[in-house]
Design a protein around this ligand. Structure first.
Ligand SMILES: C[S@@+](CC[C@H](N)C(=O)[O-])C[C@H]1O[C@@H](n2cnc3c(N)ncnc32)[C@H](O)[C@@H]1O
Length: 203
């Protein structure tokens, strides 16, 4: 915890490298939906540094919404909406009436059952505006890339905590994306053996 705010050390470390890449990927302004906002460190950082973007944080439960709201208020951010409960597996997301230029989801796919991956991809296919991008960030397994020892240990620890969790094969996510009508548009290697993947509509 950081004062009253929920705090994630990894989110603090990776927010700046992710922001720097987002700057190169995104148009100057747009509407962004964050899935699995967690502590709100990412949305607050991105909203502060990409002020022409409007941000909608969400998560499976409202448990950390007070932290998200307080963090954004402390930073004086007027471009972050109140967080909303959103389960990616639901057939109709609570933001169903809005299309987004960016849907951003960090570190959820491996800490959730596989149907959350399906739900995320199908939901993004429904909710992306024309030319919009789904960005997923986190560790993956890849057929052609040796998995680092740290990620192998992380995968084992996740599966021990919950057999339905674990690092996802990037190729499996890609096949699921194709079924949902999305294609992998870009793959960016990030610090600490993470990937930032960009998904767009089309096959
Ligand atoms: C490790 S945290 C990542 C938080 C934040 N994105 C980050 O990178 O620090 C995993 C998040 O996934 C969310 N999550 C798990 N299942 C979900 C679901 N079905 N729909 C939406 N979010 C989900 C959890 O509530 C949690 O906030």
């Amino acid at each position: 915890m950081d004062g009253e705010l929920a705090f994630s050390a990894p989110a603090e470390r990776n927010r700046q490298p992710i922001l720097e890449l987002l700057r190169t990927l995104l148009p100057p302004q747009g509407r962004a939906l964050e899935i699995a906002s967690g502590t709100g460190q990412h949305v607050a950082w991105f909203a502060q540094h990409l002020p022409a973007w409007q941000w909608q944080p969400t998560d499976l439960t409202a448990e950390l919404f007070a932290s998200i709201t307080a963090r954004c208020a402390q930073a004086g951010l007027a471009n972050v909406q109140a967080p909303q409960v959103l389960d990616v597996r639901s057939a109709r997301w609570p933001v169903a009436d809005t299309l987004f230029d960016l849907i951003y989801c960090a570190n959820m796919l491996h800490i959730a059952p596989w149907d959350c991956c399906t739900g995320l991809l199908q939901g993004a296919a429904r909710q992306l505006a024309a030319g919009g991008q789904l960005v997923t960030y986190g560790p993956y397994l890849e057929d052609e890339v040796p998995t680092g020892a740290g990620n192998l240990a992380f995968d084992a620890s996740l599966r021990a905590r919950n057999p339905a969790w674990g690092l996802r094969r990037r190729e499996d996510v890609q096949a699921e994306a194709q079924r949902a009508g999305l294609r992998l548009a870009a793959r960016h290697a990030m610090p600490a053996n993470n990937l930032l993947l960009v998904w767009q509509r089309g096959n």
